[in-house]
Design a protein around this ligand. Structure first.
Ligand SMILES: [Zn+2]
Length: 371
């Protein structure tokens, strides 16, 4: 096994939990029946990069997901209450970092239904293209050129773009070199690249069960993301760190450099075990509710060796009424009529907001979270 970022073969295992199924944020009856896959993460001893080893079975199961309607977590950006909220948040962050008026053409890798491309078009960029493997049909729609493909070393669009960007895609890419090769071949001179990835550093440092998901092969930290760009000949112009993700803006420089990340994450498994013990104790309560039908909850349920009963609620209207993890997802209002002693809030980033919402509506029981 070689590190996806630097090619080195020596690595330390930093996560080793029971094998688990793949969660796609879709109801139980939509979920892949591909079986269970190892939940292990490794850190490269040469460059410090953290990654999941992809077996041929996992590779094939993931390819099936990415070309299906389960490719997008929950709903598409701009759709439903959750998709709208996510889309607005992303555009706000995007505008803060990128001066889109500088570009004549833009290419999005992993564009889903083109929510951000439509925004760019509304801002005056006429020449926009999106690549998306899960598209039902390719071609021009609303003046946007949609290409049904994976952005890899085999794809050639035979042209260049001023701006290439990808939201939450790089974590999913197995062939990192092929992905960056695609970008280099399609980026105009003086062009810019924007990439967002999960902030793995936060979850690794805090021992969070939200870190691991089978779809995420690469787990970037401040140091490894900077190193990754530099190895591929790019220089970071700006790196914004949010609790749950990084937004990076880079330019091609041509020279690749190679420096190692010093941070050691060998403690992650121990920290995670302590977190899971604490959560197991919390969830043994008789009359409790859980807020958040997500991959994190799946990890907790599959890794904590306990049997407990709970009511599952979520604010995402697309999940309400559907079955997740054997439970029907209800609206959060049900917590008030049920006289529950405790709510366990799963999402870490939204914990303060969700907690405040329950308190303001008069919830009298305990409110607890992953931390
Ligand atoms: Zn490495």
């Amino acid at each position: 096994m070689r590190c996806y970022a630097c090619g080195n073969r020596e690595a330390q295992m930093i996560l080793d939990q029971p094998a688990a199924s793949i969660a796609t944020n879709t109801p139980d009856d939509h979920n892949s029946s591909a079986g269970k896959f190892p939940c292990q993460l490794f850190q490269c001893l040469a460059c410090g990069h953290v990654y999941e080893k992809v077996t041929p079975e996992l590779r094939s199961a993931l390819a099936d997901i990415y070309t299906s309607c389960a490719a997008q977590l929950s709903v598409s950006m701009g759709e439903g209450n959750w998709g709208k909220e996510r889309g607005e948040k992303i555009l706000k962050h995007f505008n803060r970092l990128v001066d889109i008026t500088a570009f004549q053409s833009a290419l999005e890798i992993g564009c889903d239904k083109g929510y951000i491309l439509r925004f760019l078009k509304s801002q005056g960029i006429q020449d926009v293209t999106g690549i998306e493997p899960s598209l039902k049909t390719a071609g021009i729609a609303d003046g946007i050129n949609f290409v049904k493909a994976f952005a890899d070393r085999n794809l050639n669009l035979s042209r260049k773009f001023d701006f290439i960007y990808a939201f939450d895609v790089l974590d999913h890419v197995e062939d990192l070199e092929g992905f960056m090769d695609f970008i280099r071949r399609h980026l105009a001179p003086q062009g810019q690249v924007f990439i967002s990835v999960n902030n793995a550093d936060y979850y690794l440092e805090t021992g969070s069960p939200a870190l691991f998901m089978h779809q995420h092969i690469q787990y970037f930290t401040d140091a490894s993301l900077k190193l990754f760009f530099e190895r591929n000949g790019f220089v970071l112009k700006n790196l914004v760190k949010y609790q749950d993700e990084y937004h990076a803006l880079a330019e091609f420089q041509g020279q690749s450099v190679n420096v190692a990340s010093k941070r050691d994450y060998s403690n992650y498994e121990n920290k995670l075990s302590l977190t899971l013990e604490r959560i197991s104790a919390l969830l043994k309560i008789k009359h409790g509710a859980v807020h958040g039908a997500s991959n994190t909850l799946k990890n907790i349920l599959e890794w904590c060796d306990i049997n407990f009963d709970f009511m599952l609620v979520d604010n995402d209207t697309s999940k309400q009424g559907q079955i997740y993890f054997g439970k029907k997802v209800l609206k959060s209002e049900n917590v008030f009529s049920g006289n529950f002693e405790q709510i366990f809030i799963v999402p870490e980033t939204f914990y303060p907001v969700i907690r405040e919402d329950y308190l303001s509506r008069g919830f009298k029981g305990n409110i607890v979270g992953v931390r």
